[in-house]
Design a protein around this ligand. Structure first.
Ligand code: DMJ
Length: 534
């Protein structure tokens, strides 16, 4: 009961803020689609440009090539798998790992919009709102008895719908986002108020995963506030933000009491929603932990209505401190240039703690965001330096393989300065190109564009399935490109994230400027409601 009392206090406080917030850009005002292009290209004010590199010009030829890839992938999805979650590019049919809600369609919307693929965007939106709509079938008409992942539905579906609203002003997408969130809400009805991982959309029954013994996962429940606070702001309904703010408050008070494991600033992966305590797992930045840390800085930077804003910043800097002390490793130094290659340990003792997942390659991007408005210049410089050192390793994870594609997990040999493969698959993940995007926007150093282009070319060779035009992942990156066997799956995040970040790397610096937009962990951009000063 205590968390419910807390929730209503928060709701009250939030409503007061909403009523008094004259800057709320969505009060009685919507953007129309024609304004969209201007919104994307809008010039940042000169006072806000100093942290980011100025005068980044578009590389139109490369932009066109990435856009063509997106067009091809979307059209293949449309032709063979429309309404399904993902395309199987070889089998030329759909697969439904997320409840059959058309994940790729929704994940693609804002990418199509940003790339100016107007016809495809209009078609996708038309389908979403039309009578065949898979998402309406499930969430509006409640036709199917299906359980969905709270995290995946939040980052892909609510995130994709919210960003489509922010970009295009289409109100129905906001209403749909609210309907989806209302169906996830029963997952929060636990003694601690921290949500279960899964919820049945029809019955509201929620539950945890078998392999965690029912525990919820830090990256899942800890990466919801950006979407839910944005949803509250856009709709004027405080209930969403109140739910996720309570989750953050729970974590913050555990940290204050020192009940968050051995390393100050970091958090274990598994949480018992009944006892309200952590129940195990590692403190690391790969899967299970990753986006929780990312959201500390993204929420702090971008949410004008953030309660006790400073504690988000403090928790982020504490986490980075914990990361430096316990996870950051240097495995190679280039004797000629002095360049350091760093990585973040997975802390898996059977690999001698010298392993890293590709998933952790989001960290350089997060560190660059942390450097903007950091408490001191020294800390900002240090964050950018660590970001560069980790990104160097992530790029090497690609270039060290015969097909130029990174494995999903690697091990580092500090003695020889070499990388070996632990998990040879590649599922089209975005994290390295995501980090190259942030580093390029920060530094304007062309090395990042060159690296991104090389990776994109390797992806094209390894992923593209000519029979359908869809792009798939790779089963074993240790093979040379012509020998590669594909996994017959086009991940929805490939269209939401990988291709979007690649496009933005070659776009002008004013396109989706990082002082005006924040990208959720599935690369869906929301308009920033707090003015950033850097
Ligand atoms: C995406 O769904 C998100 O980026 C998430 O935070 C991590 N995993 C995938 C991409 O690898």
């Amino acid at each position: 009961a205590s968390h419910l009392d807390k929730k209503s206090e928060l709701e009250l406080e939030y409503s007061k803020k909403m009523m008094g917030n004259d800057d709320n850009i969505f009060k009685g005002k919507t953007q129309d689609q024609d304004q969209g292009a201007k919104i994307i290209e809008k010039k940042p004010t000169s006072s806000s440009s100093s942290f980011w590199a100025n005068h980044i010009k578009a590389d139109t030829k490369k932009l066109a090539e990435v856009k063509e890839a997106m067009q091809e992938c979307f059209n293949a999805y449309k032709t063979y798998a429309l309404g399904h979650d993902e395309l199987m590019p070889r089998s030329k049919r759909g697969s439904d790992d997320f409840g059959g809600i058309g994940a790729t369609l929704i994940d693609s919307l804002d990418t199509l919009y940003i790339m100016g693929l107007k016809n495809e965007f209009a078609e996708a939106l038309g389908y979403l709102k039309g009578p065949e709509s898979a998402i309406k079938d499930l969430f509006v008409n409640e036709k199917r008895d299906v359980s969905v992942s709270v995290f995946e539905t939040n980052i892909r579906i609510i995130g994709g719908l919210l960003s489509t609203f922010d970009l295009s002003g289409d109100k129905e997408t906001l209403e749909l986002a609210e309907t989806v969130a209302a169906h996830l809400m029963p997952a929060f009805d636990t003694p601690s108020g921290v949500p279960h991982s899964f919820v049945n959309v029809k019955t509201g029954k929620s539950f945890g995963l078998g392999w965690t013994n029912g525990a919820s996962i830090l990256a899942d429940f800890g990466s919801m506030h950006l979407e839910w606070a944005t949803l509250s702001e856009r709709t004027g309904n405080p209930v969403y933000a109140a739910h996720t703010e309570h989750v953050f408050d729970t974590l913050a008070s555990l940290a204050r009491r020192g009940e968050n494991g051995k390393v100050k600033g970091l958090f274990p992966h598994l949480f018992n929603v009944d006892t309200g305590k952590f129940s195990g797992g590692r403190n690391a930045f790969g899967g299970l932990g990753d986006s929780f840390y990312e959201y500390l800085i993204k929420c702090w930077r971008s949410l004008g209505d953030l309660k006790d804003a400073q504690i988000w910043r403090v928790m982020f800097d504490d986490a980075m401190d914990g990361m430096k002390r316990s996870l950051l490793r240097e495995w190679r130094k280039d004797t000629a240039t002095g360049d350091v290659y760093a990585y973040l340990s997975d802390m898996l003792s059977n690999n001698g703690e010298r392993s890293m997942e590709h998933l952790a390659c989001f960290a350089p991007g997060m560190l660059v965001l942390g450097a903007a408005e950091a408490p001191t210049k020294a800390l900002a410089d240090e964050y950018v330096q660590i970001a560069k050192n980790i990104a160097r390793t992530c790029v090497e994870m690609y270039s060290s393989q015969p097909c130029g594609i990174s494995p999903d997990q690697v091990m580092f040999n500090h003695e020889t300065g070499t990388i070996s493969v632990i998990n040879a698959i590649n599922v089209q993940r975005p994290e390295t190109v995501e980090s190259l995007f942030y580093l390029y926007r920060k530094t304007g150093d062309d090395v990042y564009r060159t690296q991104a282009w090389t990776i994109f070319q390797s992806m094209k060779k390894a992923y593209r399935v000519p029979e359908s035009g869809g792009w798939e992942g790779v089963r074993d990156v240790r093979n040379k490109t012509p020998l590669i066997s594909g996994d017959d799956k086009m991940q929805s995040f490939f269209l939401a994230e990988t291709l979007k970040y690649l496009y933005l790397i070659f776009a002008s610096g004013d396109t989706m400027h990082l002082n005006e937009w924040v990208f959720n962990t599935e690369a869906h951009p929301f308009r920033i409601t707090k003015k950033t000063s850097e």
